[in-house]
Design a protein around this ligand. Structure first.
Ligand code: FAD
Length: 381
């Protein structure tokens, strides 16, 4: 029987803890927060509304293996996410689609652009904005310039502090332009919300006789790494340490602080059943905040009141802010690689999850990566 310590009770940590526990190993999961679930944590407020204090989380995946795994720990409610963009007070669907086109252009002009797009790109195609901007047809480029300005430019600057071109395709391709009337934000096969919330689902994953959960405990001060050996509470640790916290912190910022974007949330309970037309409205051309999310719209339960959150993006400052989004620039990746290389010298140390791998991942990929790491560790013997 192996001794396993998992730092972090988010989806990455909970998934791998469960897999080891089922194999028969004793697992301790430690989190510095007083709650499980990491950033997917949610709670029910006094009005019976499920609120997500670390920002709106929607489950969607094409990975059947992930959906099947999580389905053992929750029932689901069907939920298909739709997002609108507020452009000068007008609300249009994002990803930008043919409906958005007809809402923003006079009918005749919209018909003309639609025809060009269908001919040049193809009906029902999804195309990245940066590709459209470089299209050989000047009419397509003109249209792309309009979408770029109204949907992408200001929003990206607010969200990341960089222009779309500076971030490159990996980020910009996440929200393509649709040459169709598809108005769902995600087109994945499985799109659901856990019936009793993410916290309850993750609590069920962690509920196993071989798993002990310790909350409110920052592990960083109890871990020392020296010359290939891991020390826990001052003693050499013989077992496996799976770390889902910030990798730069683990190595005492030896190579400097990794850059992140952080967020500030302003929550408000409103005395009305519905505040806005969609669960999320992105403010793509105006306002200091990036978006307003309305939590009651993520479930099918009608409510008398509603809760909204305005989201402000800002640069992360160590010691002051929560690190939310790793900034996907090549220089940051190279910076991260130094830590990765350092970690490789510790054979029983495993980096897992968004913070330790310094990579934005959706929840399904957090689960998938945990499954893959478990398989790798087990096959190492
Ligand atoms: C605003 C926002 C919205 C998102 N929306 C979606 C969405 O709609 N759909 C989707 O699929 N994904 C979404 N995501 C991504 C999702 O949050 C991640 O996929 C998921 O949180 C990854 O889980 P994790 O366990 O790797 O990390 P986390 O959830 O961050 O968990 C890491 C845990 O480690 C703990 N920890 C760190 N250091 C220490 C330490 N020294 N000692 C003890 N504990 C420590 C932390 O307290 C934390 O609980 C969103 C992310 C953000 C930021």
């Amino acid at each position: 029987m192996e001794k396993i310590i998992v730092v972090g009770a988010g989806l990455s940590g909970a998934t791998i803890a469960r897999l080891f526990a089922e194999k028969g190993d004793k697992v301790t999961v430690v989190d510095k927060r007083d709650t499980i679930g990491g950033n997917a944590y949610d709670y029910v407020d006094k009005n019976g509304i499920t609120v997500q204090p670390y920002g709106p989380h929607i489950f969607h995946t094409n990975e059947k293996v992930v959906f099947d795994f999580l389905s053992k720990y929750t029932e689901w409610e069907k939920y298909e996410h739709r997002v609108l963009a507020n452009i000068g007070g007008k609300h249009v669907p994002v990803p930008f689609n043919l409906t958005s086109l007809f809402e923003l252009y006079p009918k005749e002009k919209a018909e003309e652009i639609k025809e060009i797009l269908v001919k040049e790109v193809g009906l029902d195609k999804k195309v990245p904005i940066l590709t459209l901007k470089q299209h050989e047809n000047p009419e397509v480029r003109k249209f792309a310039g309009f979408v770029y300005k109204n949907i992408f430019y200001t929003y990206t600057l607010k969200q990341w502090g960089f222009k779309p071109e500076e971030l490159g395709e990996a980020v910009m391709n996440r929200v393509p332009v649709y040459v169709s009337y598809e108005d769902r934000y995600f087109t994945d096969e499985y799109q659901y919300m856990p019936k009793d919330g993410f916290t309850e689902m993750i609590a069920n994953i962690l509920r196993h006789p071989n798993i002990t959960v310790k909350l409110g405990t920052d592990m960083k001060k109890d871990i020392a790494l020296d010359d290939g050996k891991i020390y826990l509470y001052g003693k050499e640790f013989e077992g496996k340490l799976i770390y889902t916290g910030c990798v730069d912190e683990l190595f005492n910022y030896k190579y400097g602080v990794l850059p992140y974007r952080s967020l500030k949330f302003k929550f408000k309970t409103k005395k009305c059943a519905s505040y806005q037309d969609a669960a999320v409205v992105n403010y793509t051309t105006s306002a200091k905040f990036t978006r307003i999310s309305e939590f009651t719209k993520f479930t099918c339960k009608p409510q008398e009141k509603t809760v909204i959150v305005k989201e402000f993006s800002k640069a992360f400052k160590k010691g002051r802010d929560i690190p939310y989004y790793p900034i996907p620039l090549q220089k940051n990746q190279l910076h991260y690689e130094k830590y990765r290389e350092e970690a490789n010298a510790y054979k029983d140390l495993y980096l897992l999850g968004r913070l330790a791998n310094y990579k934005y991942i959706n929840m399904d990929i957090a689960v998938l990566n945990a499954m893959k790491l478990f398989d790798e560790i087990v096959s190492e013997g």
